[in-house]
Design a protein around this ligand. Structure first.
Ligand code: NDP
Length: 275
């Protein structure tokens, strides 16, 4: 199965469907990543703070899939925004992953609450890392427009933000579009805690209409509205299920139905309040 690719503003191409590994321990991440690569995922989303880069790297090495066929994202943690810390952080990330470059490196949070304007300095470092070939593309995560406005130089290739049907971020996605920044959706299933978007009656209704599962319906919605989407599962059957979303399309009415479910239901952190 070929996953569609999105061309980022720097020309780098990213598989639109990836595989996230937040909250999977280092010694437990190898098997699910191997399973994901076996199923056909070619895009893995990790971060230094997840503590599982070594396990991800082990799975990549053991998989037999050539490195240049796998798109690997990692992220700079909040207390590493200053120049020397950022340099040390990417070197540690590369060492743990066992690779000589990343495909995408993100500033994980602007982290203004605890670290003020340091994210602006971090962006200078990321531009330098890209120039040195340590990462093919650079972007941000959990940035609001006011944070994007403060960055000098290159426009981030993407902003990885919480998006799911009950928190659909239409305004921020439109702002990304205007700026040529791709939207990557974290917690795409809206399933961090109850009420889960997987249980929304409209999602269940579209699942019944299409023969897809609720998770597949939500992943199709992301794909069809243009998001890059990185669902996480450690369950082999769900890793397969979340990938089996090609060859079927939601109708325009079904997409619109899901796009109308926004309730401002943020499930994770808020960049203006947390971190
Ligand atoms: P997801 O929206 O991917 O949901 C994951 C949860 O849903 C897990 O409990 C999983 O269970 C369950 N699940 C997965 N597939 C199915 C399915 N088909 N049916 C029913 N349940 C399912 O949430 P995440 O918060 O993990 O977000 C995805 C990724 O986004 C992260 O792993 C991480 O890479 C990234 N992320 C980035 C953030 C950032 O600040 N930049 C913040 C949060 C996430 P199980 O694993 O037990 O199968």
């Amino acid at each position: 199965m070929t996953v569609p690719q999105i061309t980022l503003n720097d020309g780098v191409r990213i598989p639109q469907l990836g595989y996230g590994v937040w909250r999977v321990k280092d010694d437990q991440v190898v098997a699910p990543v191997l399973k994901a690569l076996e199923v056909g995922y070619r895009h893995i989303d990790t971060a230094a703070v997840y503590g599982n880069e070594a396990g991800v790297g082990k799975a990549v090495a053991e998989s037999g899939v050539p490195r240049d066929e796998i798109f690997i994202t990692s992220k700079l943690w909040n207390d590493k925004h200053h120049k020397d810390d950022a340099r040390q952080a990417i070197e540690e990330t590369l060492t743990k992953l066992g690779v000589d470059h990343l495909d995408l490196y993100l500033i994980h949070w602007p982290a203004v609450v605890k670290h003020g304007d340091a994210y602006i300095e971090a962006w200078d470092s990321l531009q330098q890392f890209k120039a040195e070939g340590l990462t093919r593309s650079i972007g941000v995560s959990n940035f609001n427009p006011e944070h994007l406005d403060r960055l000098d130089g290159t426009t981030p290739s993407l902003n990885q933000i919480e998006v799911h049907p009950s928190f659909n971020r239409a305004d921020l996605r439109a702002e990304h579009e205007r700026r040529g920044i791709a939207t990557e959706a974290w917690s795409p299933l809206g399933n961090q805690h109850a009420p889960s978007d997987l249980d929304l009656p409209e999602v269940v209704q579209v699942a019944e209409q299409t023969g897809l599962s609720p998770a597949q319906v939500i992943i199709r919605w992301h794909l069809q509205i243009g998001n890059i989407v990185i669902p996480k599962s450690v369950t082999p059957s769900r890793i397969e299920e979340n990938f089996a979303v090609f060859g079927t399309e939601l109708s325009t009415e079904q997409v619109d139905l899901l796009s109308g479910l926004d309730k401002g239901n943020r499930q994770g952190g808020n960049p203006l309040v947390d971190h």
